[in-house]
Ligand binder design. Structure first.
Ligand code: SAH
Length: 208
């Protein structure tokens, strides 16, 4: 995406964006005033994060996005501060510095970059390097929910989660062939659902 000139300033002035997430480690439930915290990693322009926060106001919603211009567009859509919703402009590789052990209840991965070349697999958000961090910050019965149009990434993720000891709880090979009003359609999802199936899986934290 083209770099937006106003993005850095916009993020710096946003009160929805948490500028020092490390300072809230262990305090997110208090900050959001919610017992159950959902995190979306890689929000893109924010439709899912914002839509789900509107649909489930009883839950806490934290969006994470590392690309500055995209993060600014998401924050522009959500410019009024509500207690249950926050944003972190940053790289999810640092997620274990922002959240304490067992602090998060659900992690959402929507249309994560597939990084198709094997030599780039460490960058995939479902690589074991990330799973190790998710495993630390998730509560005992915490979940990870993934949606993707990318069959190879989906196959890779099923094995990677399995090897890490996560339990596969739900699987859909064509999620949008039925109506799912309980789940918001993300930007990428809207584009891809016309072209082919949307894969979706829910994993529950295992014994590790
Ligand atoms: N979830 C959105 C966007 C999907 S594109 C949707 O479904 O429409 C994937 C997004 O993840 C990109 O915006 C990319 O910048 C972001 N992303 C990829 N790796 C990330 C990381 N390590 N930390 C934070 N965001 C990341």
């Amino acid at each position: 995406m083209r770099k937006l000139k106003w993005a850095a300033d916009f993020i710096a002035n946003s009160e929805v964006n948490v500028h020092n997430p490390e300072a809230y480690q262990g305090k997110w439930r208090e900050l959001l005033n919610r017992d159950c915290i959902h995190v979306e990693i890689g929000t893109g322009k924010g439709d899912y994060w914002i839509g789900m926060a509107n649909l489930y106001p009883e839950l806490g919603w934290i969006g994470i996005e590392k690309q500055e211009s995209v993060a600014a567009l998401a924050l522009r859509k959500k410019d009024t501060l509500e207690q249950q919703t926050r944003f972190i402009h940053g790289d999810a590789a640092n997620i274990d510095q922002w959240f304490a052990k067992k602090e998060i209840d659900v992690i959402h991965l929507n249309f994560s970059d597939p990084w198709p070349k094997n030599r780039n697999k460490k960058r995939r958000l479902s690589n074991e390097r990330f799973l190790d961090k998710y495993n630390q910050i998730l509560s005992d019965d915490g979940q990870i929910i993934m949606k993707t149009d990318n069959r190879s990434l989906f196959e890779y993720s099923i094995i990677e989660f399995q090897n890490f000891g996560f339990k596969l709880e739900e699987i859909y090979l064509d999620f949008r062939s039925e109506q799912h009003d309980e789940d918001i359609i993300s930007e990428y999802e809207r584009k891809f659902m016309e072209k082919g199936p949307i894969y979706r899986a829910v994993w529950v934290k295992g014994g590790k």
